[in-house]
Design a protein around this ligand. Structure first.
Ligand SMILES: Cc1ncc(COP(=O)(O)O)c(C=O)c1O
Length: 376
């Protein structure tokens, strides 16, 4: 059966008393779609079941990945609070942490999250959470989730993990101790680049606080988006497994290419976190993003992207069509050269999101763009 779409902003109640009871939470039901909507709830419940198959978690859906992330951070922070984060992360999140939140007296301490001593030393009494990405955008550094979760638990604060790049098919951060898992559902969960959304799954008490902020801030998911994103979940395992396999194949072939300065993919044995990825991720799955670094910085990255014919030059990732982003001028434009260097991102980095095309066609396009050499 398909998921019904409750395309209504408002819901009529039988009595004024019932209306008040539902709004106050004394009785289950629906009053207004900014507060709750049955289609949106069904999507959030489906992602919650994927992220936390053993139960014990709750989920909330949002209008976008950034609505989810900013609502989580605003829920956890107060004036004077500090967030502890890794250096490389999605540019939009970087902007919230380093531009928006400082205006409200919230500051972020960036630390090498591979170094447990440094992480423990960076904690202060005002630190309200540790924030990480399962696979960092765009370096694909793999977070040491068990270590970060243990440090967070010792400090009595949550570990918040953006697991957009991993999806619950590759890794379930809660099984490694994370307290809150965030997704830009716009990416792999929806999978077709035709709907925007975000979702948070985590400890029910925390998620209840986040729901309250979501209602206050207004970043509700639309029911039509919930329908599309929910439908995308039906093919999530098939898509992600195939995309991971193609990405692994492309990364192996590209790693040998003399025109590239660097190829990052956690499936490559040369990747600095390959062993960690093999321990934390589902067997044989390493995600479907490959980050290529071409010579010539921003200009070189743009020229490489412009030579691609099959692969789209487009924002976003996780869809059926492969896409590239020259990160320093697009997804990570909020970071200056010093911040890029600190995050180990070369201005010539190009993030490749591998889609469902034939791997041979993708290789031909990439090799042509890298120097006109044909592949055997
Ligand atoms: C890792 C990661 N988190 C969050 C987001 C934000 O998601 P959205 O564009 O749905 O707000 C993105 C977007 O590219 C992302 O790559």
């Amino acid at each position: 059966m398909g998921l019904p779409v409750y395309r209504s902003a408002t819901f009529a109640l039988d009595t004024a008393e019932e209306y008040a009871d539902v709004l106050s939470g004394r009785v289950a039901g629906y009053t207004y779609s900014r507060i709750d909507n049955p289609t949106v709830d069904a999507f959030a419940a489906a992602v919650t079941a994927l992220e936390a198959p053993d139960g014990g978690a709750a989920g909330q859906a949002f209008a976008s990945g950034m609505a989810a992330i900013s609502t989580v951070l605003l829920t956890l922070c107060r004036s004077g609070a500090r967030v502890l984060s890794q250096p490389a992360m999605y540019g939009g999140t970087y902007s919230v942490l380093h531009d928006l939140l400082p205006r409200y007296g919230v500051h972020t301490d960036v630390v090498d999250t591979d170094d447990e001593t440094a992480v423990r030393a960076a904690l202060t009494p005002d630190t309200v959470c540790i924030y990480a990405e399962t696979m960092a955008n765009p370096t694909l550094a793999v977070a040491d989730l068990p270590m970060l979760a243990a440090v967070a638990a010792d400090a009595g604060i949550p570990l918040v993990v953006d697991s957009t790049f991993a999806t619950p098919i590759v890794c379930r951060p809660r099984q490694h101790g994370a307290h809150l898992v965030v997704h830009a559902a716009t990416k792999y969960l929806g999978g077709h680049s035709d709907a925007t959304g975000g979702v948070v799954v985590g400890d029910p008490e925390l998620v209840a606080r986040i729901r309250k902020s979501r209602i206050d801030l207004g970043g509700a998911m639309a029911p039509d988006e919930a329908f599309l994103l929910h439908r995308g979940l039906a093919t999530l395992p098939l898509r992600v497994r195939r995309q991971c396999a193609t990405a692994g194949e492309l990364a192996e072939r590209l790693a040998e290419h003399p025109a590239l300065r660097r190829v990052d993919h956690p499936g490559l044995p040369t990747h600095r976190h390959h062993k960690r990825a093999a321990e934390l991720f589902e067997p044989g799955l390493f995600g479907a993003i490959v980050t290529l670094t071409v010579p010539g910085g921003r200009t070189g990255a743009a020229a490489f992207c412009n030579r691609l014919r099959l692969i789209e030059v487009a924002t976003s990732l996780g869809g059926t069509r492969s896409k590239v982003s020259p990160v320093a001028t697009t997804t990570h434009r909020q970071m200056d050269d010093a911040a890029l260097a600190a995050a180990d991102i070369d201005p010539g980095a190009v993030r490749l999101s591998v889609g469902l095309e034939d791997p041979a066609d993708l290789l031909e396009d990439l090799f042509d763009a890298l120097g006109g050499k044909t592949i055997s």
